[in-house]
Unconditional design. Sequence first.
Length: 174
Amino acid sequence: MKFEIKNRFSGQVIFSAECASMKLCVIAAVAQKARLNGANLDGANLDGANLDGANLYRANLNGANLDGANLNGASLDGANLDGANLYGANLYGANLDGARLVDGGQDRRGFRFWAWRNKDGVIIYRAGCHEWDSIEKALAWYGSDYPSNGDRVECAARLVFLRDEVARRWAAAK
């Protein structure tokens, strides 16, 4: 089947290929270093896709399944990630400026902290490889029996920052 990746503003086809799925089309585009600036990937299944270094500037990723996708070093500047499934996605080194995602930075171990809104409007908190659907569950993880070598106080502070930023930016999403 022929799949096309179009510029979300002009509708111009920026990549097309005969593929078995949209996921394989995106992988092919990235493999050929196609420019995905402004692409409309609304609802696309990018499960496990390698988007390492991809330019996804202002791309519409609303509802996209990015489960396990490699977004290492990708530019997500201004991308719409509302409702995107980021479970297991590698966002290390990704440019998240202006993305509909709150970046809480990384701790001394290099674990990244994020928050975003899933397709059901639930705020998801993520720290390293752990993910929670409430700030209470996230903070509980960093309780007195925290099973890692990380700084519990620093990790909890990053989560509190995310909670406060989410409340400030997305007050209607609570």
